[in-house]
Design a protein around this ligand. Structure first.
Ligand SMILES: Nc1ncnc2c1ncn2[C@@H]1O[C@H](COP(=O)(O)OP(=O)(O)O)[C@@H](O)[C@H]1O
Ligand SMILES: [Mg+2]
Length: 445
């Protein structure tokens, strides 16, 4: 069954998060809108409780928006950093985290579960870098670097996300990383990466996670045929839907659903990673920050300054964008990676999606239902999505138990094989620890 159009050229370094970049231009132009459209916005405002537009206590503050931050993804490859040195230099490891014991206990409980998917318990004791043998950098992002390393004691391979304290202090006062850890600790889903624990030194906070050896779904999608067939799409969408449902069941919005943040584990099942933008809504059920990736944002996220906020179900809008991308190789509102955020936003706001003629008809219905700009008419919770005819015949209990056969099983030569990951330069250890870091921000890590 044909599902899609021709594949686009692989293009990894898309915008990572929006901040206000593009939003300002968008908001400016919106200001000049006619009375008619203003009336439309105020109409929509009624369905939200108007907020003050500020960051609310329940929600992590957005990193400051700078063109540099938007462009940072593009500079991923340029980073010259030295992973081995960083790991060998354990001198900086000044504190250990109680988080390890807590996470360890949680893992023990999970290990008794019926599935074989739980990473084994890591009894790290006092955590520090010298307990790990580094292999290489497997990912970079705005906040730092992700390293593959082996826990020496029991030879468990882990992905260690090293988050620059300097970055955290300059941009978001720690609430993002606190939310990331709190949510990962709370989650217990086969489709969400396992967090073993966290620790810190002078320059970094370290998140030690289960290693998803199959690489990013982004690479799987764009480095192979550029589109997924109907069955492959459906398999991944089922697992991702359960991951998002799980996140939402803990009262959080995930806010950064995209193929770069979905990994494949060694069996080929999905693992959602990167909870840096996850947040709980305020007491009115609203979120207020400009975060996410332009192509995956919903109209209400773009309108939130006028409407007073947006609700966690924006994740289901992004789910629809992902679905479209799986089946066509491009996102519906950003078909050319050179499109500016502003251009993307002007399209998002209309919600008008063109489907290639071979797009699966039921898939088309579901994407359309998930991207209705009228939120009252939109499909916006996991239960309704599961009940849609597109997913008819799916045995959700079998999905949850990882009983469906993955369409692609990574071919790994050994534990710690990382050939599904791009090559990055080593971590740069030459940087001095910045003088002005408020270490109290990191208390408890
Ligand atoms: N647990 C993991 N297993 C394997 N690779 C990972 C893991 N966590 C992160 N990565 C890799 O590192 C990249 C950046 O990590 P991520 O948490 O998404 O950071 P950022 O917030 O900077 O995007 C990911 O896109 C992925 O390639
Ligand atoms: Mg990411």
């Amino acid at each position: 069954m044909g599902c899609g159009a021709s594949a686009p050229p692989p293009e990894k370094y898309r915008f990572h998060y929006t901040g206000d970049a593009g939003h300002e231009e968008f908001d400016e132009k919106r200001k000049a809108e006619t009375d008619a459209s203003a009336a439309q916005v105020s109409g929509r405002k009624d369905s939200f409780k108007a907020g003050d537009g500020k960051i609310h206590a329940a929600e992590p503050e957005a990193p400051a928006s700078t063109p540099a931050s938007v462009g940072a993804a593009a500079s991923k490859m340029k980073r010259k950093v030295s992973a081995k040195d960083r790991f060998k230099n354990a001198k900086n490891a000044t504190k250990t985290a109680s988080a390890f014991s807590a996470a360890g206990k949680q893992r023990s409980k999970r290990n008794k579960g019926p599935h074989g998917w739980i990473a084994k318990d890591m009894l790290l004791g006092k955590a520090s870098l010298d307990k790990f043998e580094p292999k290489r950098v497997i990912g970079t992002g705005l906040m730092g670097t992700v390293q593959l390393a082996m826990f020496k004691k029991d030879e468990t391979w882990c992905a260690i996300k090293m988050i620059k304290k300097d970055y955290v202090c300059r941009h978001n006062d720690g609430r993002h990383i606190k939310a990331e850890r709190a949510l990962l600790n709370a989650c217990d889903s086969p489709f969400i990466v396992n967090l073993f624990g966290t620790f810190q030194d002078k320059k970094f906070v370290y998140f030690v996670m289960e290693y998803a050896a199959g690489g990013e779904l982004f690479s799987r999608l764009h480095n192979t045929k550029g589109i997924f067939g109907c069955n492959t799409s459906k398999f991944y969408l089922c697992e991702i839907l359960l991951a998002i449902e799980h996140v939402q069941s803990h009262g959080y919005a995930y806010r950064d659903l995209k193929p770069e943040n979905i990994m494949l584990d060694e069996e080929g099942h999905c693992k959602l990673i990167d909870f840096g933008f996850a947040a709980r809504p305020d007491k009115d059920g609203l979120l207020h920050t400009n975060v996410g990736t332009p192509a995956y944002l919903s109209p209400e996220q773009l309108n939130h300054k006028k409407t007073g906020g947006y609700k966690p179900y924006v994740d289901y809008w992004s789910f629809a964008i992902l679905m479209y991308e799986f089946m066509t190789g491009v996102t519906p509102f950003c078909k050319n990676f050179k499109d500016s955020s502003y251009e993307i936003y002007t399209r998002v706001i209309t919600g008008k999606i063109k489907f290639p003629s071979h797009f699966d008809p039921l898939g088309r219905e579901l994407v359309t239902a998930l991207t209705n700009v009228d939120v009252d008419k939109r499909l916006k919770d996991a239960k309704s999505v599961k009940a849609h005819s597109y997913f008819e015949g799916v045995d959700w209990a079998r999905v949850e138990n990882r009983e469906l056969a993955p369409p692609h099983v990574p071919k790994l030569k050994e534990k710690g094989d990382c050939h599904y990951f791009e090559q990055y330069g080593p971590v740069n250890d030459s940087e001095k620890a910045p003088d002005k870091i408020d270490h109290s921000v990191f208390a408890g890590f």
